[in-house]
Design a binder for this molecule. Structure first.
Ligand code: F6R
Length: 613
């Protein structure tokens, strides 16, 4: 998705810092990039389709390039294809201002027609250029007051936005910005102020950041920034300390962020458990999840998208089993449009790595309006999802840069299971012994995961991937709590290697997908020591009878004996098995994608954080 950076400094040039910020945002997915800088009243713009190197070349073509204030953008095309002209920033007001925008303006067409009738000439096909012209028009009407002008321009648009406009001027250039939907974060650092749509881009500048609230408009100058709330009042927004380090988002010695992040999982699991298991080791301490909140819960509504939804499906098994509370799991994008019924006593549980996924946020807000209390499992401190929840489990996985989610997923599953234990204990549904047994097994997870990520283990999976990379398709089968892992294994494989893969509940196979099976298909069968393993074995027999090639991932020796390839997964508590089972599937997808020459960290068409519908 699109990314925004901006800076106003008193003396030093901004270009290198803005380009560095755009580089940090690359992981979010983009197809073009641009930069505008101002020096006094001179405004310069460079923008190019393609990677940042193209933008750098365009800047190099302008020998007098410079400036102490600027805004930059990475674009992920929505309105109009990727092209130099459709890239941001967009100029308006006779080249007097430049604007960048993330999000979608739903009423851009009538506004464009209205502006054209007034004599405005559009240079791009984007919805964003409409906002640039509206802002320039309002700036003239407001006698150069950027806050009034941006508020007036935004008053005309419908949709979601984070935007920033650069206004050059003899007395010093300024940036004005606002958000309604996609995030925007500000920081004071060095000799100026910085802004970005992702706090990762601000890490090199300041240890503390300020998150704009919905409807805020901020005027950013070299000396500081002033925030006006949605009602127009000047407000102070408390700075938040950031516990991520600038180096956390680099891939170090690893060839890809995804491989690095897969290998970070033992540490992520250890952090997810640290200080959360109570002294008696039979309950969990989760800040904000009070007995008052939990005993009122009569139903849980999980809302999430993609990989996070698969974590939510595991949560459903764990919560129903441990807390005996019914759970519904919905695609956030479906929930928000299906006139849902939310009963009294519902806890809406949003699961999101980024905390900025538009569908998950909208679904959660709807659940809240309908009377639910809101909990979140989220990786990004200070994100919208975190700020809007009554109680939050932070997954503490650190920045996840690879577009394919790995460590955030295992952290989400662990957090969900800990929450299920806490709920079970608070509601008296889970005995101390049963909780103690599960938490005892959970404490083994970091070392078990470590054992699955040795060089030898990794090489073995790379070898299996070599044998299967040319398969014409993949079917992932799981039962019970391993069913969401089958879905996740298939999602991981298709998103980074572009091969067709489907995840199925193994019992459903004979109701349709069995027709796909032939010797060209690889069937990945997840198994464990659960009571369902015998049923899984019959499914494997059915696959073999039709010539399917079986890859067995799990801990059931009898299923392994039926397979042509085997990945051994250590034994654990049945509810924790998904956390270990997914690790070889992540590695398998990684190696298949690598063999197929795919861009692993930035798969085609995908964005890391989906902040539009
Ligand atoms: C897949 C993946 C996506 C995200 C989904 C939700 O690897 O990363 O499916 O899980 O877009 O994103 P978050 O968790 O940020 O809400």
């Amino acid at each position: 998705m699109c990314g925004i950076v901006g800076a106003v400094r008193s003396a030093a040039p901004v270009t290198a810092g803005l380009l560095e910020g755009l580089r940090v945002l690359e992981y979010r997915g983009y197809d073009s990039a641009g930069l505008a800088t101002a020096e006094g009243s001179t405004l310069r713009v460079a923008k190019r389709e393609g990677r940042l190197a193209n933008l750098e070349a365009a800047i190099a073509e302008q020998p007098d390039w410079g400036g102490h204030a600027g805004i930059g953008h990475t674009r992920w095309a929505t309105h109009g294809p990727p092209s130099d002209l459709n890239s941001h920033p967009h100029l308006a007001g006779g080249g007097g201002v430049a604007l960048v925008h993330n999000g979608i303006l739903e009423n851009h067409e009538p506004l464009r027609r209205e502006l054209e009738a007034e004599g405005v000439t559009f240079r791009s096909q984007t919805d964003s250029e409409v906002l640039a012209h509206l802002f320039a028009k309002e700036l003239a009407a407001a006698h150069g007051d950027p806050v009034r002008a941006l508020r007036a321009a935004l008053g005309r648009v419908e949709g979601s936005y984070a935007c920033a406009a650069l206004i050059p001027g003899g007395g010093g250039a300024r940036v004005v910005c606002s958000r309604n939907g996609p995030p925007l974060v500000l920081a004071r650092g060095g000799d100026g102020c910085w802004l970005a749509s992702d706090l990762l881009a601000l890490l090199p500048h300041a240890p503390e950041v300020v998150f704009l609230e919905e409807g805020d408009v901020a005027l950013v100058e070299a000396e500081g920034f002033t925030i006006h709330d949605a009602g127009g009042e000047v407000v102070e927004r408390a700075p938040k300390a950031v516990d991520w380090q600038p180096g956390d988002s680099s891939k170090g010695q690893w060839p890809h962020h995804m491989l690095k992040e897969i290998h970070e999982q033992p540490g992520v699991l250890a952090r997810g458990l640290a200080n959360r298991i109570g002294p008696a080791r039979d309950d969990v301490a989760l800040e904000g999840f009070t007995d008052e909140l939990l005993t009122s819960v009569e139903r849980v509504q999980v809302l999430a998208c993609g990989t996070a939804l698969h974590a939510g499906m595991v949560a459903a098994y764990a919560i129903e089993q441990l807390a005996r509370v019914p759970v519904d799991v919905d695609f956030a994008s479906e929930f928000r449009y299906r006139e849902p019924v939310v009963q009294g006593g519902t806890l809406s549980l949003a699961i999101s790595q980024s905390g900025e996924t538009a569908d998950t946020l909208a679904a959660t807000r709807l659940a809240q309006q309908l009377g639910a209390r809101v909990a979140a499992i989220c990786n990004v401190q200070g994100s919208s999802q975190v700020r809007e929840a009554d109680a939050v489990v932070l997954t503490q996985a650190g920045p996840e840069i690879g577009v394919a989610s790995t460590k955030a997923f295992t952290a989400q599953v662990l957090a969900a299971i800990l929450l299920a234990v806490r709920l079970g204990r608070a509601k008296g549904a889970l005995s101390a012994d049963a909780a103690g047994e599960l938490l005892g097994a959970a404490r083994q997870l970091p070392s078990q995961a470590e054992g699955m990520l040795t060089t030898a283990a990794r090489e073995a999976i790379a070898e299996i991937a070599r044998r299967h990379a040319a398969a014409k398709g993949f079917l992932f089968l799981g039962r019970g709590v391993s069913f969401p892992i089958a879905l996740e294994g298939a999602l991981k494989l298709k998103e980074i290697s572009y091969v067709h893969a489907e995840g199925y509940a193994a019992g459903e196979m004979k109701h349709g997908p069995i027709a796909l099976i032939d010797p060209g298909m690889t069937i990945v069968c997840l198994n464990g020591s659960s009571p369902l393993s015998e049923k899984m074995r019959s499914n494997v027999e059915q696959v073999r009878a039709r010539g399917g090639v079986v890859l067995s991932v799990g801990s059931d020796p009898e299923t392994h004996a039926l397979a042509s390839d085997v990945v051994e997964v250590p034994e654990t508590h049945p509810l924790l098995a998904p956390i270990l089972q997914v690790i070889p599937l992540q590695l398998f997808s990684y190696f298949v994608a690598d063999l197929r020459g795919c861009d692993i960290d930035k798969p085609r068409n995908l964005a890391k954080s989906v902040t539009v519908e």
